[in-house]
Ligand binder design. Sequence first.
Ligand SMILES: Nc1nc2c(ncn2[C@@H]2O[C@H](COP(=O)(O)OP(=O)(O)OP(=O)(O)O)[C@@H](O)[C@H]2O)c(=O)[nH]1
Ligand SMILES: [Mg+2]
Length: 309
Amino acid sequence: MGVAAAAGTPVKRGLWQKLKAVALTDVGVLVRGLDRDSLERVERVLLEADFGPASFALVERLEEVMRRGTLKTEAALRAWLIAEIAAQVRDAGVADTLRMAAAGEGPTVMLVLGVNGVGKTTQTAKLAHRLQRDGRRVLLAAADTYRAGAVEQLAIWADRLGVPCVTGQQGGDPAAVAFDAIEAAAARDVDVVLIDTAGRLHTQGNLMDELRKVVRVVGRRRPGAPHESLLVLDGTVGQNAIHQGRAFADAVPLTGVIVTKLDGTAKGGAAVSVRRELGVPIRFMGVGEGLDDLEPFDAARYAERLLAD
Ligand SMILES: Nc1nc2c(ncn2[C@@H]2O[C@H](COP(=O)(O)OP(=O)(O)OP(=O)(O)O)[C@@H](O)[C@H]2O)c(=O)[nH]1
Ligand SMILES: [Mg+2]
């Protein structure tokens, strides 16, 4: 195989390529089993891919199965790894059924939140698209009154989707926009209000307070709302996503997580820790910039993506 010879080349490699390079240094490996050094290198690759403590469990299991000599081909090793990683995240997700308000109760309210640039606005549009496909009438609320151009960005998506978009003034109160959006939804017989919020660092106390206020105001206007508070996490940022997640979960009762940018990343292992650390299920995976690039979270597909050949 001689994969190790290519180890120094500065090509952006996927996780499987990296694992192959450190584990399958020659054809004899699958027969002999992995030595200590190779196992340690595998562990390092997994840690770098943000698997966190799950890395140790994976390597332990790998050592065991290599010793038994049951993995005879590269393909078998890859399939084994996919199954193992899938098993690690299996309990991380739940079915993609979004909580909807009961019939006759008025609009369902969904809040999309997270730090800057993780993909909130894009996932809001993707969710709207998905709900529309299910026959729901959707309305978007541009509650990012903070960043210049944010309202316009959401309005463009609304235009493409052919759905109404409630906006406020730049610098205005996002809670007021959310309130107005629910009013508009009730008047127009809309099923779901999707509220896009401003990116905020989990360390910005005043902005986290602002988020709490949005939740409070929404809940007062519409008992039971928000029905969904979805935290968007960038799948490529690693363990830091967990710190962000914790701070948001402290501020707002989260109902689910959307992990984005899982397309073409050698990382993404952080999703393994999300469920365990936050106690919040992953609902969806963002796998691109288009409207259809939102998949219900599925452990096997997730593992397949991470170990794409
Ligand atoms: N590759 C990839 N890119 C994505 C995905 N989701 C969003 N993006 C891109 O990420 C960038 C940021 O997306 P936005 O939706 O504007 O992120 P945001 O969280 O709303 O950003 P702020 O409002 O500035 O906090 C854009 O270029 C998107 O096209 C995804 O699943 N995969
Ligand atoms: Mg945005």
